[in-house]
Design a binder for this molecule. Sequence first.
Ligand SMILES: [Zn+2]
Length: 152
Amino acid sequence: MKCPACNNESTRVLDSRVASDGVTVRRRRECSKKKCGFRFSTIEEIEILDLTIIKRNDRKESYNKEKLKSGIKKALEKRPHGDEEIAQLIRDIEMDLQKTRKNEVDSSVLGDIVMKHLKKFDKVAYIRYASVYRSFEDVKTFEKELRSLKKK
Ligand SMILES: [Zn+2]
């Protein structure tokens, strides 16, 4: 890890703390160059590797966090959420994804996990996401959902 202030190659870890979500670690670091001594912190999180998503047409593709992120950001466009909040949402989704303990997951399973979290996180985003990702056979559920939201 390079020092962001002086680009020095070596930094020291001052302390490590597991964040309240239990899956990210925050490390406080200090540049080892005496004249610099810049302090900063890094966040380490679990990365999902070797997960294959099976698409509706049976084609497989490897799990891509960036793709998930961009889908969620699209649904959350112009909604009042900060980057940290969204990052936490994505961590929660990935945690559920890992709990399936499978190497291959149907895209519908991933979609359901995302929707479950979005529903709690932001109803508008949830509807946006659902309208894009839910398959046609779920249209009834979707309409029911819309109606129940309108009532509120
Ligand atoms: Zn430095």
